[in-house]
Design a protein around this ligand. Structure first.
Ligand code: TRP
Length: 361
């Protein structure tokens, strides 16, 4: 099992990024692969002592990267990009990505991503890219005015995962189409340039987090929590201290009714649903359990409990983040070391791709 995922170094990670993506990355890094935990459970049932505690080979191998090459597909500030790349690295480590367990790096330091993208440009079809909804949304009516990079963005994303023979790619719902494109490219390349028993690329499976992890704005329960929302009150940032978190939750939009005692009662109440969803995601409890406790109570009781839960869980992350983000050298070293591992892991697939295409190396 090989897990690969990337995140754009936009700066300012918030609760939505944490619960929607980063926390899953950490869980995948730390958890046993599904087959092995199943084996472990059966062994426990049978009273056999597991030898797997010390054997690392059943753990999924994780590659997590900052998609800094993707960031140049839109107008950007070069000074901010470098700072954001390090800042995001600090945030990922603070959230629990362990550079010794996972391979953590930025695309730029692994040229194989850009090289493979060029090679895959021979296989990807203009019609496929024209159908990408992210391209259509971002380009709007002005396609001619966009960078070529915005158009070929999904081919780079395909290269990102195919270069490591990824088996699983955790992404948000909005990236599912890009993953399907990666599969189409892999399949066409294998068909055109490889044999069935020696394919060059593995077809990756997307892992989409459950709907519960979709965190909405604190000011509008129908809009995604986003770093580009002009109101800072709409989101909990990983840089927020305890007072800021409590203040934002107290002022979060809600409604005048008490919480229902069953999940169905949240229908048509997007803000209430969002706040309960955040509580569920942070506590690991089900919505039903939470409504069992808070049903019939108003937001005057629920909000302080939610605020305390957030403070308790985010305070250690916040502390590690504030410490690490100051340490430019340590962050550079983490990225350098990760890139070294990633370059080694990417070399065989890149070589096989050149060979399959008949390019003389
Ligand atoms: N496009 C992704 C996003 O905006 C980021 C990304 C780049 C990515 N390359 C990737 C995600 C490869 C998963 C795999 O969220």
């Amino acid at each position: 099992m090989r897990i690969v995922s990337g995140i754009q170094p936009t700066g300012n990670l918030h609760l939505g990024n944490y619960l929607g993506a980063i926390r899953n990355w950490v869980a995948m890094q730390d958890e046993w692969a599904p087959q092995s935990s199943e084996i472990k459970r059966l062994q426990q049932l049978a009273g056999i002592k597991s030898k797997q505690e010390s054997a690392n080979e059943s753990r999924a191998e994780c590659f997590y990267f900052l998609a800094d090459l993707h960031a140049i597909s839109m107008p950007h500030d070069p000074k901010a990009l470098g700072e954001n790349t390090r800042e995001m690295t600090a945030a990922l480590v603070a959230c629990g990505i362990d550079p010794d367990k996972s391979t953590l790096f930025n695309q730029t330091q692994v040229p194989a991503h850009a090289e493979l993208q060029w090679l895959l440009n021979g296989t990807a079809r203009v019609g496929w890219l024209n159908r990408m909804t992210q391209w259509k949304d971002k380009a709007g009516k002005n396609r001619d005015g966009q960078s070529v990079a915005l158009f070929t963005y999904p081919v780079l994303q395909a290269a990102d995962v195919l270069i490591y023979q990824a088996t699983h790619v955790p992404v948000g719902e909005d990236q599912k189409q890009h993953l399907e494109l990666a599969r189409d490219i892999a399949q066409k390349f294998n068909n055109d340039f490889a044999t069935e028993d020696a394919p060059v690329f593995t077809l990756p499976e997307p892992i989409i987090p459950p709907a519960a992890a979709r965190i909405m704005s604190l000011r509008d329960g129908t809009a995604k929590m986003s770093k580009s929302d002009p109101s800072d009150m709409s989101r909990i940032n990983l840089t927020d201290d305890a007072d800021a978190i409590m203040g934002k939750i107290k002022k979060a939009k809600s409604d005048a009714d008490a919480l229902p005692s069953e999940a169905e009662g949240l229908e048509g109440r997007p803000e209430a649903r969002n706040l309960v969803g955040i509580y569920a995601a942070m506590s690991g409890q089900s919505v039903a359990q939470i409504l069992g406790d808070f049903g019939g109570k108003g937001f005057g009781a629920f909000k302080p409990a939610l605020g305390e839960l957030l403070v308790e869980q985010l305070a250690p992350i916040n502390a590690r983040f504030n410490e690490l983000r100051q340490d430019r050298e340590a962050l550079n070293a983490i990225l350098r070391k990760g890139a070294e591992k990633a370059r080694a892991a990417s070399a065989p697939t890149l070589a096989a791709t050149y060979d399959a295409l008949g390019l003389v190396r």
